[in-house]
Design a protein around this ligand. Structure first.
Ligand code: SGN
Ligand code: CA
Length: 518
């Protein structure tokens, strides 16, 4: 299989650094000698940080079923998103391109479904394609034989789904419903064609509503706190102090912390409002005694923040537990129905998340916790069980990876690279040694300033702009928690010059620019 070196080099040589015309069509490469084209099962979650999977060394939870994917396949230790926010990440995954080219740079943008995406191309080339769960790209999905999506962010309890344009409310808990819809589609698919099935969970997105099965998980336990829960932001740019995503001040009592006011009507929380009487009883039995104890304790200062952290992280991890079980159920089905060998299973998330790190929840920043994605792949035909890859890979690499496995040649304007060679343990000497990141959603919820930057294996340089002009430099080897901003220190002047020049090169390569929004 020829590797995808063409698109990057020739893209630069032939087209220059501006916008790129969509010229090439994605056609079948020679499949000779390749055997049967694989199926794809792409499980994607919303805001599942890598440090909340035990196979990535989580200190706060166990994810036995996800660990099994890692054990039976490859774990990518340095997978990053190009923009740590939902719609842009999803558009990048679908197109293999940065947001300034696919038209989605923030959650307000609508995805132009007429452009090329990997499901569309797979479908054109004989695959049957399906999407179940979160979509969040505003426009109607294109390129799928079947789709059944949550409107917008969707709901956790008794959620509405829009199935091929028709809205219907389902009873139950969203992660379990998405799992069942995924399995139903698998069981009833056209068995003559290879498939690409996207199972896209809502969990563990805010407001982190656990399902009935996990309401009591972690009860009586204290989840370890992150080292940086009380970060002072001492050496950082003002951007870190001006955000609105702290555990201390920005979690909302009713929505996030589930503090039901005594005697409140069912409307106190819009998820609670959706619940059946039985679901409400189970919910109250789990939360009300603890809420009462919290009120009686009248905690102050750090103790109050610690309590909020526990409430937040337990709910987040309860949602993750349900995702983990879903993965186990789907893997079991694949294995018991003869689909194991010829199905590429991919697990990832649209972005990372702050789990109290730096005192925060949410994502958006180029800091490690929100930049990094979990990425696990299992494909027994090619991937050695228990492999680990340390190359820096991106969410825009997913589209070319699917196409490569399907034997489809890559279009010239795709910006990611196929992960197939890396997955099978091949060394790729000209693999990227730096990555480019750009976040645009400001002014907006959580008030995270616009910024872009470069990350190498060792360093990270970030520029905040728009209504601020500030730089940060971190040494990831000596300061993995990114606490000491080295940018102002004279001894790092040469390194800064070097990184800025590399950053400029990346912006040119990807057709991105300083400061400007499309
Ligand atoms: C909602 C959440 C935010 C979250 C965005 C984007 N608020 O607005 O906390 O950052 O979604 O998330 S909430 O009160 O509605 O829960 S994203 O994953 O879709 O990008
Ligand atoms: Ca998300």
């Amino acid at each position: 299989m020829k590797e995808n070196h063409y698109n990057r080099r020739d893209f630069l040589k032939n087209i220059g650094f501006g916008t790129v015309a969509l010229t090439a069509s994605w056609g079948i490469k020679s499949c000779a000698g390749e055997g049967k084209r694989p199926n794809f099962l792409f499980i994607f979650t919303d805001d599942h940080a890598a440090h909340a999977l035990s196979c990535y060394g989580s200190k706060i939870n166990r994810t036995p079923h996800l660990d099994r994917v890692a054990r039976e396949g490859v774990r990518f230790d340095n997978c990053f998103c190009t923009n740590s926010i939902c719609a842009p990440s999803r558009a990048g995954v679908l197109t293999g391109k940065y947001g300034h080219l696919n038209g989605v740079v923030d959650n307000k943008d609508t995805f132009d479904g007429s452009q090329r995406t990997f499901p569309k191309t797979l479908r054109k080339n004989g695959y049957q394609t399906a999407l179940v769960g979160k979509w969040h790209l505003k426009s109607t999905p294109t390129g799928f034989d079947y789709w059944n999506i949550l409107p917008g962010q969707g709901a956790y309890y008794n959620p509405d789904f829009v199935e091929m344009g028709k809205k219907r409310r389902h009873s139950g808990y969203v992660t379990e419903i998405i799992t069942d819809l995924t399995l139903d589609w698998l069981k009833n698919r056209d068995k003559k064609k290879p498939f690409c099935l996207m199972c896209h969970h809502k969990a563990p997105h805010r407001n982190w509503m656990p399902g009935p099965k996990h309401l009591h998980k972690y009860e009586g336990q204290a989840i370890p706190e992150p080292e940086t829960l009380f970060d002072s932001y001492a050496t950082r740019s003002p951007a870190a102090r001006e955000q609105e995503m702290t555990i201390a001040r920005h979690l909302r009592d009713k929505w996030d912390l589930k503090l039901k006011p005594p005697g409140a009507s069912p409307n106190w929380n819009r998820e609670y409002r959706r619940m059946s009487e039985e679901q409400r009883r189970a919910w109250d039995a789990a939360y009300e005694p603890k809420n009462r104890a919290f009120r009686e304790a009248s905690l102050k200062g750090e103790e109050r923040i610690r309590w909020k952290y526990q409430r937040y992280i337990k709910d987040y991890l309860r949602c993750v537990a349900s995702v983990d079980e879903s993965v186990g159920k789907i893997m079991d089905y694949l294995d018991s129905s003869g689909l194991r060998e010829n199905t590429v299973v991919i697990y990832s998330s649209d972005q990372g998340f702050f789990l109290g790190d730096h005192g925060w929840f949410d994502k958006r920043w180029m800091y490690e916790e929100s930049l990094r994605l979990p990425l696990l792949m299992r494909y027994p035909r090619e991937i050695k069980p228990g492999s680990v890859n340390k190359n820096m890979v991106l969410n825009i690499d997913f589209a070319p990876t699917f196409l490569d496995y399907a034997g489809i040649s890559l279009p010239e304007d795709i910006q990611g690279r196929s992960l197939r060679p890396l997955s099978k343990g091949k060394r790729v000497p000209d693999w990227r040694t730096s990555i480019y990141y750009h976040y645009y959603e400001y002014p907006a919820v959580h008030s995270v300033k616009r910024h872009y930057g470069i990350r190498t294996h060792r360093y990270k340089l970030i520029h905040y702009y728009y209504d601020i002009d500030a730089w940060e430099l971190y040494d990831l080897k000596n300061d993995p928690l990114e606490l000491l901003n080295l940018y102002p220190l004279p001894e790092y002047k040469d390194l800064v010059v070097q990184l800025k020049s590399e950053l400029e090169k990346l912006q040119k390569q990807y057709g991105s620019s300083d400061e400007l929004t499309p």
